[in-house]
Design a protein around this ligand. Structure first.
Ligand code: SDX
Length: 421
């Protein structure tokens, strides 16, 4: 019961009814009005795209879109990205605190776990996100339903954060027609993944650190489409890997996590700075389906704080890897500059988001473009599982089952069919 709740009321259009509602203050950001009792009054709220709907109470991540602020358990992403590693962020998101010293948590994430035999891939042009889905569904087929003990569910979550990178690396090795590798001892979480992908243990520490920060930046983002999908699927009691598969399906879309791959394709399509104006005009043309990939966000109406960090990592990785400018990076800088100074983008508050520079960065690291969203999924497994745990640990949680605004036909009888006798 929220002791700070204040009374609100809803008055119907004809003023004939007043419905008392409770308004709950948020610790940060927007207060909520609990409308759950309205269905008993014969009313539903209507909010397509969930622009103004808080689907749950959460203590994990806070975003201030106007300020361009992102906090994991209250800590600013800029500080976490500089001072901590992804395994520490996993501990923070799943357990609510940064790991105590001495930090032995990363070692627990790397402890060997069994995975199912890798599925053969017939078609080398299969999309890695689809293969990740099939491999994870294969794991789900052998996973029990969630335990009713929070400690067991936490272990399942940690297992997932170990298993997904292994599945993903096996997929990359299969697609590049290389033998699947077994984990090596004492490599650490990110280096283990890079070894399983590329078969090297002498990874440049700058690359390891860059990928670690990229995983931290992508680890969670409150109730985005894929996290909401994991909560929706998980609310039915399905196995964790099945709920994560649902999240991966949602993330795959170019409007969401697939934007990193789409953005690189877009930069190649634009080709040169001379074409930037043409494509900005296409992005502004309502009759043209073209959108500027990596730009815009449902919440950020300011620069995505993750994009700012990604741009620096991108610059460093390109210089490290190619020692010279990547023409697509130069093009991205030009495109960003022109869009940020274009009245349309200014008026609609469209800024670069986390996906604008991530594709270029991952390309410089040697990952194929179709694999970019797989990396996003690996990092986001920390967020997905933390929200899954938060939901199932809530004693009041229920299956997610929205209602609708029905505007279809009223009841009518079927036309009499000549029944064949
Ligand atoms: C991620 O939700 C999250 O937190 C997601 C994420 C996470 O970490 O989980 O941050 C990761 O998914 C980042 C977003 C990656 N997607 C893209 O970069 C794809 C390009 N962006 C757009 O498709 C769009 O901006 C969305 C999908 C990101 C947001 O869509 P919204 O909130 O539904 O906004 P909208 O489509 O209603 O756009 C508002 C207006 C529209 O114009 P009007 O109808 O008002 O005239 O802005 C325009 C849009 O046409 N607009 C764009 C645009 N994005 C929005 N115009 C051109 N190019 C764009 N990219």
């Amino acid at each position: 019961m929220d002791q700070d709740a204040r009374q609100a009321k809803l008055i119907t259009a004809d003023q004939s009814n007043e419905y008392p509602l409770e308004q709950h203050p948020a610790t940060l950001g927007t207060d909520v009005i609990d409308v759950s009792s309205l269905s008993q009054q014969g009313l539903f709220t209507y909010d397509p795209g969930f622009i103004s709907t808080a689907a749950c109470e959460s203590t994990i991540t806070y975003i201030d879109g106007d300020a361009g602020q992102l906090l994991y358990r209250g800590y600013p992403i800029e500080q976490l990205a500089i001072h901590y590693t992804y395994p520490s962020i996993v501990h923070l998101l799943l357990k609510g605190s940064l790991p105590p010293a001495p930090d032995t948590f990363e070692a627990t994430l790397c402890e060997p776990r069994n995975i199912q035999a890798s599925l053969p891939t017939q078609n080398q042009s299969a999309h890695p996100m689809g293969l990740l889905l099939s491999h994870l569904a294969h794991e789900a087929a052998h996973q029990s339903l969630p335990s009713n003990k929070p400690a067991d569910r936490l272990q399942q979550a940690l297992d997932a954060i170990h298993v997904l990178p292994r599945l993903a690396a096996n997929i990359l090795r299969t697609l590049t027609e290389q033998p699947i590798l077994e984990p090596q001892p004492n490599l650490g979480y990110i280096n283990q993944f890079l070894f399983l992908c590329f078969g090297k243990t002498d990874i440049d520490p700058k690359v390891t650190r860059a990928l670690d920060v990229i995983f931290t930046l992508h680890a969670d983002h409150e109730q985005n489409a894929s996290t909401s999908t994991v909560r929706m699927a998980g609310s039915t009691g399905t196995p964790l890997y099945a709920a994560l598969s649902a999240g991966i399906s949602a993330l795959w879309g170019p409007a969401h996590g697939g934007a990193n791959e789409a953005c690189l394709c877009m930069l190649n399509q634009i080709g040169s700075a001379a074409q930037v104006e043409t494509y900005l005009n296409k992005a502004k043309d309502k009759s043209d389906p073209f959108r500027l990939m990596g730009f815009g966000h449902r919440i950020y109406k300011n620069y995505d704080p993750r994009a700012r960090i990604m741009r620096n990592i991108c610059h460093d990785m390109i210089n490290l890897n190619q020692g010279s400018k990547d023409p697509l990076f130069e093009l991205a800088l030009t495109l960003e500059d022109k869009a940020l100074n274009d009245p349309y983008f200014i008026e609609k508050k469209l800024y670069p988001n986390v996906d604008f520079y991530s594709g270029l960065t991952l390309k410089a690291m040697g990952f194929p473009p179709q694999y970019f969203t797989v990396l996003f999924a690996l990092a986001r497994t920390a967020g997905w599982t933390s929200h899954w745990l938060e939901m199932l640990n809530d004693p009041h949680h229920r299956i997610h089952r929205p209602r609708q605004w029905y505007t279809g036909p009223t009841q009518r009888d079927c036309p009499h069919q000549q029944t064949s006798t």
